[in-house]
Design a protein around this ligand. Structure first.
Ligand SMILES: Cc1cc2nc3c(=O)[nH]c(=O)nc-3n(C[C@H](O)[C@H](O)[C@H](O)COP(=O)(O)OP(=O)(O)OC[C@H]3O[C@@H](n4cnc5c(N)ncnc54)[C@H](O)[C@@H]3O)c2cc1C
Length: 392
């Protein structure tokens, strides 16, 4: 851990003395750190608490679109100078077991990064006071304030603690239910023999959909790191789907036979299925805590960052008065950006079609180059129609 990210930065240790801050953020992933970044820029005293020490691993593919870099005002050359930032200029995508369609671009349409580095970078840059290695043990209301762990008092708490965020649970979030993706992933550095045996082009990640179209697996090489994983709606049979996928990649000669045995799992909610309550008295939810990942791609980093930035805007507009009514502007900003939460039309269409027919229609579409490029990639994955969020 870098000295700058010791248990508490700039301020007293939250030992016995009660500390106060303008805003307490629970969770130091991209949602929490983006929100903190904006708030500290505006002069607020932000305390960010995370149960993990940083840098920390996060179960994730680490794929982002260029809009994310723009929103964070990150120069890819500067960021990538001493961190992994893999430019992506194409994709191979298809149904598992069928030949994929390759789509190429003349410039980067995405990047691959390591969450271990990215989240640490954003957290340090946020300039928030950090309280790391400490989870939320208690959260209670006292007058117009929240008391956290009997050690910190804050008029506003931002829940950015991911799918299982304690702030989200206080606001009634359900952890299971429709729209929850369960995923398993591994990321490891390739040794020279494994590099030889890996035929995945770093500039061209590979995506393979499950035959029932309820999820997809990926093989994603980021410079010398290989990231493999699979995510699906619901967690039934997840390990079996993952094993089948890895066997398929090995049989195709895509990945080395000796990949590490250890997988990491996590869950998160796609937006539109089981909407979470975004706002409470002196409380807001951002990122996975709010259940915002794009429903077609499962991309969650961009909505996490955008919600963090929009929450900061709403917080600043509220001017220190954080009643539920005063925070309603956050919901308006979110609906304006993402639309009102509702299921993607394809979910309702898919429900009316028997599984066998769905698989064959899905397979035919995924095998069609125009669909793969214009619908799957450019509309559902790259969101080319949605420019980067710009907050003046
Ligand atoms: C296998 C997998 C692959 C994925 N691949 C991609 C991808 O390639 N691209 C993409 O855009 N999205 C991807 N996602 C989704 C993406 O990882 C999330 O949407 C994103 O990390 C959400 O960011 P966040 O800041 O809301 O939450 P997180 O990044 O989960 O951060 C939450 C933070 O809160 C902390 N925390 C949790 N509980 C507590 C507590 N009780 N007290 C204090 N702190 C707490 C955690 O330690 C963590 O640091 C993937 C998800 C999975 C599971």
């Amino acid at each position: 851990m870098t000295p700058g990210l010791a248990a508490v930065r700039a301020g007293k240790s939250p030992g016995r003395v009660m500390q106060s801050c303008d805003v307490l953020i629970v969770g130091g992933g991209p949602a929490g750190s983006s929100c903190a970044w904006r708030l500290t820029q505006a002069g607020l005293d932000v305390l960010l608490l995370d149960r993990r020490s940083f840098p920390r691993d996060k179960v994730c593919g680490g794929w982002i679109t260029p809009q994310v870099l723009q929103e964070l005002q990150l120069d890819p050359v500067a960021y990538g100078a001493d961190r992994v930032l893999q430019p992506i200029t194409g994709f191979r995508a298809g149904l598992m077991g069928a030949a994929p369609v390759q789509t190429n671009y003349s410039a980067p349409v995405s990047y691959g990064l390591r969450r271990f580095e990215f989240d640490h970078f954003l957290l340090e840059r946020s300039a928030a006071r950090l309280c790391l290695g400490t989870g939320v043990q208690g959260l209670r209301r006292a007058g117009q304030e929240w008391i956290i762990n009997e050690e910190i008092r804050a008029p506003l708490v931002v829940g950015a603690g991911g799918h299982f965020c304690p702030v989200a649970r206080l606001l009634g979030a359900r952890l299971q239910g429709e729209g929850v993706v369960a995923a398993q992933e591994m990321e490891f550095p390739l040794n020279p023999q494994q590099q030889e045996a890996c035929s995945i082009d770093p500039a061209i990640p590979e995506l393979y959909f499950c035959p029932d179209l309820k999820g997809y697996g990926w093989g994603f090489r980021k410079q010398n790191f290989l990231n493999l994983g699979l995510g699906r709606l619901g967690n039934q049979g997840l390990s079996r789907h993952v094993a089948t996928f890895f066997d398929f990649l090995k049989a195709e000669g895509k990945i080395p036979a000796d990949i590490p045995p250890r997988l990491h799992g996590h869950a998160y909610l796609l937006r539109g299925y089981t909407p979470r309550n975004l706002i409470g008295e002196g409380m807001l939810l951002v990122g996975d805590a709010a259940g915002l990942a794009y429903s077609q791609s499962g991309e969650g980093i961009r909505p996490a960052i955008e919600s963090g930035l929009l929450a900061a805007k709403a917080i600043l507009e509220a001017g220190g008065r954080y009643s539920r009514e005063n925070l309603e502007s956050y919901r308006t900003l979110m609906d304006g950006r993402f639309g009102r939460p509702r299921k993607h039309w394809t979910v309702n269409v898919a429900r009316c079609i028997p599984e066998r027919i769905l698989a064959s229609v899905g397979g035919a579409l995924l095998g069609a180059p125009w669909f793969s490029k214009h619908v799957l990639l450019e509309r559902w994955f790259l969101h080319l129609h949605q420019p980067a969020l710009s907050i003046g």
